[in-house]
Design a binder for this molecule. Sequence first.
Ligand code: PLP
Length: 468
Amino acid sequence: MGLNFKLQENFRKKHLSKDVIEKLFKMPIETTELEKIIFLMKKEVLPYCSNFGTEKFMGFPDAGNSIAGISGAVLSDFLQQNLINSSFCAPIATYMEIAVIKWLREIVGYENIEINNIWDVGGIITYGGTGSNSIAMLLARENHKQNTMKKGVINPDDYKVIIPKGIGHYSIKSSLMWIGCGDNVIEVPTIDFKYDLKELKKVLLENKGKIMSVVAYIGDSRSMTIDNLKEIDKIVKEIDNNIWLHADACHGFSLGFSEKLKSKISGIELFDSISTDPHKVLAIPYTVSALLLKNPETLKKVTTTSDLIMKEDYAFGQVTPFIGSKSWMSLKVWLAFQNIGKNGIAEIIERRCQMAQYLKEMLDNRKEYIVLNDVDINSVMFMYVGDKNNITMTVDEINNFNKRIKEKMDIDGIYFLHQFSINDDNKKISENAVLYPLRYMSGNDNITKDNINSMIMYIDNIIKNLNK
Ligand SMILES: Cc1ncc(COP(=O)(O)O)c(C=O)c1O
C-alpha cells in the first residue's frame, strides 16, 4: 500500500472537507480487525495524503523515497531499541549511531578523535533541524555565560544572536525564546541572500560582549544560498573570539559528499556547531537530524546525569537535551549509507543540483519569467512577470498573479511548488520589494529534464488561462 502510494503520479488526489475531518474525530468504541482498518485507510485516508515521493512534488526536498531509508524506518520500529542508554536499551544500536555521526563529521570536514565515551563522539542525533538548532543555541548560551544551566538567564539582553535578515529559519528565534533568552535576535541585512559583511561587522562592534552566537546558512530554507563562511569566521573571531559560530547546514551539508561540489561549503569546518538534516536531503523518511560539534567535549556543558538513564560511558541520553527515550532514527541513515555509499550519494546530489541549473537556464531564456536567485544548490525562485525586457506590471500585480498561479496549482493537486515571501535581494524586479515567487526545489532522484519541461508547460498553460 505504501509503495503504491509513493508510485502514484500526482501530488494529491483529493481535497479535505469538513465532514471528512469530523469523521476522523469519532472515538472507536468496538474492536475492528486491523485488515479492515487498513482497507479503509486505503480508501478514505490515502487520497487526501500529499505524496512527496512523486516527480511532480517539486516544492521542497523531503522526498523520503530512499528504499534503504524506508527499510530502516520500518525495521527500527520492529526492533524497538531505545538510544537513551547502551547497556540494556541499545547495545549495538548505540555504536551504529556513533558510526553515523562519525561519517557525517567526515563529510563536513570535522576531525574525528578516538572514541572512549559519549563525550568524544562530537554529535547527537535529534528529531529534526529545529531540535538540532535549539541544542546548538543551548550550547552557545552555556559557552557565552558559563553555568546559565544552573543560574538561569539573568538579563536576556545579554544573550543576543545574529541571523541574516529575511532568510533565517524560524527555529533560531523560537529556540532562543524556548531556552529563556527572550526575543533577542538581531537581523543583519543581506546582499544576494548572504550577510552584508560590512553590516555584520558594524552590528558585532555595536553589541560587543552581548552576542552569544552568529548563525550562518549553508542553504537557507528559501533561496538555498551558501553564505561567505570563511569571511564570517574571520570577522567574528577578530571582534570576539568567544562568539559561538553556528552553521545551519540542514540542506547544504549534502554537498560535502561530492568531490566536485564540496569546495562550495569550504569553511563550514571552522564553525563550532553544524545542523544537518538527512531527512531533508538524503531522501530519508521523517525524522532524523544530527547536530555536529567541532569540539566534542562541549556537550559536557549540557550533560544530564541520572541513574534512570544510566551513568555509563555510552549513554546518549546524557547528552541529548529535551529528549528522553529516543527511537533508532539513525538506522535509516546507516542503511542508506551502506546501500548507496558515499560515492552513490554524491552522484545523486550532483544530479539534483544539475536539474535545478537546467530549470534556471531554461527560465533565463524565457522572456516571461525572472529567476530571483543565483542557484547555489537546488532552489530556483522564479516569477512570471509578463515580459522581463519591458515589465509593465506593478510589484503588487506581479505578486497577485503569481499567487493566483499557486492557487490554481493547489486546486489541481497535480504539481507542487512552494511559495513564500522573500525580499528582492538581487534587485531583479524592484529594490526592497517583498516578492511571492514560485519555488522549485526537489530532492527526488528520479526527476528528469522531461519532468521539468512538463511542469513549465503546465504553468504556461495556467498563465494562458489566467491571461484570457
Ligand atoms: C535551513 C533550515 N533549518 C532548519 C529547518 C528545520 O528543520 P526541521 O523541519 O527538520 O525541524 C529547516 C526546515 O525547513 C530549514 O530549511
